[in-house]
Design a protein around this ligand. Sequence first.
Ligand code: SAM
Length: 331
Amino acid sequence: MSTQATEATASLYRDYARRWFPGHSELYVQWATGVANTPELLALVSELPEPRRQPNLVFAAARFHGCPDETFPQLQKYLGAHWPAIRAIVLDHATQTNEAGRCATLLPALAMVAAQERRPLALIEVGPSAGLCLLPDLYSYSYDGAAPLGNGSPLLRCSTTGNPPIPRRLPEIAWRAGVDLNPLDGTDPDTVAWLRALVWPGQDERLERLDAALGTLAALASGALQAAAGAPLLLSGDLNERISELVDAAPKHAVPVVMHSAVLAYLGQAQRARFAETIATLGCRWISNEAFFMDAANRSQQGSDANFFTLALDRVPLARTGQHGAELHWL
Ligand SMILES: C[S@@+](CC[C@H](N)C(=O)[O-])C[C@H]1O[C@@H](n2cnc3c(N)ncnc32)[C@H](O)[C@@H]1O
């Protein structure tokens, strides 16, 4: 293993320990710092293909395999003892974190479309992972501590500024579908374990929310929970290849709404531009909740604060949103 590769890995782990983990997972700060300072572990991680070396993926794989959330020396021992199996998990899995909490920031935009169109919505999500953001009508919401809207589970709490148009009732969803490079079956126990491993240690609220949303998805899929629209139809493929097909397949009495969150970052500039150009031809509404938003010339623009997403409806920015749905700052 070249010194250059191990130095790059050390710098990646230091960067996560300084920039991304603090305030979210103290254990991951400790683990990432430990790996960055341990030549044997740097050598192991540096054998992985470059895009698979990120600490969040490697740590999720270790925890999925059974590594307990304990101190760095425990992690070091565990990685040393089980590396071939953990390596195989890293190579076979991706960071497809699915955050149902984002429905709290998507809801006002969905309700605006429903009010303008006076028709039920056909929700089409690109990059839905397991499809948990396709169930906004089945959760409940409390904005700024107000009495809950809806009676589903989980209850999504969100604080706001700027007086966003919080709806009085949840929009009617007639159909839910999505396309993902690797759609996940959120009713499969192994997939559930992977989604749980992707939540960083210490983020107990996120884990509770994930479990509750997966419970709602399972109830919908089994028929124990009845709703106008059934479980999401998830296609496999690239969003640019399959979006038109999905919009065409939406029931005609409903207004097709293409939406996405935390997905555009996985695309290059050309793929983002192609997506925006395609959307413009499909006759659908478009809700985007991303670090980027697309301008009228189909160029992606970066939001002003890297910690927030921009919520946009049909290219018009509406709000800055907390990445996990806990904050909504209306513009
Ligand atoms: C971080 S997850 C976000 C999941 C979900 N949107 C949410 O907000 O919880 C990003 C998802 O986008 C998918 N993805 C990335 N590039 C894609 C592409 N070109 N076409 C379809 N899906 C893609 C990934 O497979 C992954 O499931």
